[in-house]
Every structure is written in C-alpha cells, then in structure tokens.
Design a protein around this ligand. Structure first.
Ligand code: T5A
Ligand code: NA
Length: 205
C-alpha cells in the first residue's frame, strides 16, 4: 500500500498570498515527483459553496451562526474524498481550512469554543503554514476591499484570533517578501517537514 500523503494547510489573513503560493507549491511538488493536488476552501462550486460565494460577494445576508455552519459543512462534504486521496498516497495542499472558519467568525464576535465545535473531527493537518503579512501591505495588494471581510479593523481582529489557534504544527512564513522569496521559504519548510515525516515512518516500520 502507498504511504499516506501529507495534509498541508496554508493559512493567513486576506491577500497574504495564499493562493499564489498554493499553486506554486503544488507545481513544485509535482516537478519533484510528489503526487500532489490543490484543494481550496471555501469550495465555491458546491451547493453550500454557492451560498457562501453569494454571501461573500455581499449579494445575500445570512445570520453569523448560519454562515459559520455553512463554511464548516463545505469542508465536511469534501472529507471522504480527501481522506481517500491521502490514503492513496496523494499529498494535499489546502488553501484555507477550519482555522479560517474559526478566526473569521470569532473575530465577528461569536464565541470561540462555539466556533470550534462544528469542525471537530475533520482531518488533522500534518503542517500549517501561516503566511504572515502586515495589514498595511495587504491593503496595497490587488483586489483588497472587494469582498465582505476585507476591512482593516476586521482583519486585525482575525489575526488575533488566528494566534489563539496556533499549535506546534504551525510554521510562520514571512509573507512580506517577493513572491520568489516566500516560495523559497515555504519550500525549505516543506522539505524539512517531509524529511521528518519520512524518518518517523521508517522508525515505525
Ligand atoms: N472564510 C473562509 C471564512 O470566513 N470562513 C471559512 O471557513 C473560510 C474557509 C474568502 C473569504 O472567506 C473567509 C475568509 C475570506 O475573507 P478566499 O476565497 O480564500 O476566502 O479568499 P480569496 O479572496 O481567494 O483570497 P485572499 O484574499 O485571502 O488572497 P490570498 O489567496 O491570500 O492572496 P493571493 O495569492 O490571491 O494574492 C493577492 C494579491 O497579492 C499579490 C497577488 O498577485 C494578488 O494580486 N501577491 C503579492 N504581491 C506582492 N508580493 C507578494 N509576495 C505577493 N503574493 C501575492
Ligand atoms: Na485566495
């Protein structure tokens, strides 16, 4: 049986470069012979994703609890497929995950523990890369301000909430650098992590 793939999550505030770096990482892993695939949350293509997309684009209103549960449901509906892919040996690069879910909703004022509950039982990431970018710089980047949560005060609170969620699977990446430098830091971090997981697997067998 193939060795299980890694579940690598990329998190960070809006415009920190997550999608840019997720794309780069998947390509670079593939070039290096690692079977890997991109996953993005919210997945705006599903039924829940369409409701989320409409809400984010401010075309519809939803109660804060209701949208929180939709974001979680949007992850749950993908879990079985993602688990099968990991078990078949595929490494998954995930653009946002439950950390975003909890950080954004608690920044809006919902209770942190309440926010955590619906995501309990989701697949646990092997590594979380947090792209850290000053809000001032995020505001200067293309497209900031178009969607519902892209407001300075909220983004500051989101960052504080993210910091309450970190554990020892988190690696901080300085996102206030050129795209190439951020890519280099991410690659070095991932290579170290992959080696660590390989060594530990060998110890177990
Ligand atoms: N949300 C999400 C919840 O409330 N609950 C949840 O459970 C989840 C999963 C949409 C919103 O949903 C919220 C959080 C969000 O507010 P999304 O679809 O991931 O989430 O958001 P997007 O708008 O797609 O992505 P972001 O705004 O977060 O941007 P990224 O992916 O961090 O940044 P990226 O790579 O698109 O880059 C942004 C711009 O900066 C440039 C890029 O070219 C681009 O123009 N850029 C750089 N410029 C200079 N230097 C660099 N190093 C750069 N890297 C990128
Ligand atoms: Na993105």
């Amino acid at each position: 049986m193939a060795q299980r793939g890694l579940l690598i999550v990329i998190e960070g505030c809006d415009r920190s470069g997550k999608s840019t770096q997720c794309d780069n990482l998947v390509k670079r892993l593939q070039v290096n012979g690692v079977d890997s695939e991109l996953v993005k949350f919210p997945d705006r293509t599903t039924q829940t994703g369409k409701m989320i997309d409409s809400y984010l684009q401010q075309k519809s209103e939803l109660d804060d609890h209701a949208i929180h549960l939709l974001f979680s449901a949007n992850r749950w509906e993908a879990m079985k497929t993602l688990e099968e892919k990991l078990n078949s040996g595929k490494t998954l690069i995930v653009d946002r995950y439950a950390f975003s879910g909890v950080a954004f909703s608690s920044a809006k004022g919902l209770d942190l523990e309440w926010c955590r509950n619906p995501d309990i039982g989701l697949l646990t990431p092997d590594i979380v890369l947090f792209l850290d970018l000053p809000i001032d710089e995020a505001e200067n980047r293309g497209g900031f301000g178009d969607e519902r949560y892209e407001k300075r005060e909220l983004q500051m609170k989101v960052r504080d909430e993210f910091m309450k969620l970190k554990d020892d699977t988190w690696k901080f990446i300085d996102a206030y650098q050129s795209k190439e430098s951020v890519e280099k830091d991410i690659w070095e971090t991932i290579e170290t992590a992959r080696k660590h997981f390989e060594d530990n697997t060998q110890e177990l067998t």
